[in-house]
Design a protein around this ligand. Sequence first.
Ligand code: NAD
Ligand code: GLY
Length: 355
Amino acid sequence: MAISSTLNVDLGERSYPIVIGSGLLGDFALGDYFNGPDCLVVTNETVGPLYLPALQKKLPPGSAVVSLADGEEHKTLGNVERVLDGLVASHANRDATVVALGGGVVGDIAGFAAACYMRGIAFIQVPTTLLAQVDASVGGKTGVNHKKGKNLIGAFHQPKLVLIDTDTLSTLPDRQLKAGLAEVIKYGAIADLEFLGWLETNIGELLDKNPDALVYAILRSCELKAGVVADDEREAGRRAILNFGHTFGHAIENSLGYGEWLHGEAVAAGMLMALELSNIGEDASGRLRNLLEAAGLPVCPPAIGAEKMRAAMEMDKKVQAKQSRFVLLRSLGDAYLTSDYDAELLNSILRKCDS
Ligand code: NAD
Ligand code: GLY
């Protein structure tokens, strides 16, 4: 029997559990969360062969499957349409359930298709990357990229269940594990100094995929995210702190071409740029830089050019009344959203992208 922990995302009638543990994929009674018999699994060509057979044992016989090409560059409206075509082809009704099996790309596409089909059907997240387990699968942000901007097209649509089988991380490439650690470190930086200290002590264990360390990091990250989402589901305010480093990070991803740097890599460099803009001293910057470096993540932006970065940042979703807003830190563990930042300092930070 699988060993697991459960926590709840508290959103009234849209509340749902996050179940975290080892051996859940072939063991958990997923069907209890279905509204009806119709089910469509969305996965990709890498994850499907690894984990679909175990998951299928817990799904209704005859469940449909859509397998997508792998990669951030495939997070497109075209692939949302493929999932919708799959639902239509299988005559799925309003009580159908979409199951997303994969990383954040699969989860974002599948969730958005579920939000659109018949104006919204149920979906379940079965995230298989560290990044998706600690971030993308929780909180109901779904969507795809536009060539001019990251995640520009999407909807808020909460899953009915997030099922995290930590055994899936055994096959995750090291580069992807490190990219997930960027989002884990983000939680410490924005909201939990004690967790940041724990990460500094345990970063080696996490890189070695120590199961206990991974479960604790996932659990604490999901707790922190669930708390923020429960306070501000649709990002009217506080939820924006989850985007620490993302204004710079999304601009890096978009400017380089989707898939060139991984999302977590771009967020790592972006967090240090945002921390520099926070202007709270070298001690804090040095501490975060050391941790990101220890996690094997990039600590400098790529040489994209300041003007290209600035243009990409104009498409950031936090821009309001044409004014950029940034998530900055008052101190490590304490983030806030503001449009009051030092424009000269921003210029000098962006100039680092010139070389
Ligand atoms: P990803 O989905 O591209 O997965 C990374 C790679 O790992 C892919 O090649 C995938 O096929 C492979 N993979 C997945 N699970 C595996 C496993 N267990 N074993 C071996 N290989 C495996 O990338 P990601 O880092 O999971 O997610 C990044 C995406 O998530 C971005 O598009 C980002 O914008 C999005 N995101 C969304 C939210 C949200 O709130 N919705 C939050 C953060 C990130
Ligand atoms: N990943 C940011 C959010 O979910 O709000």
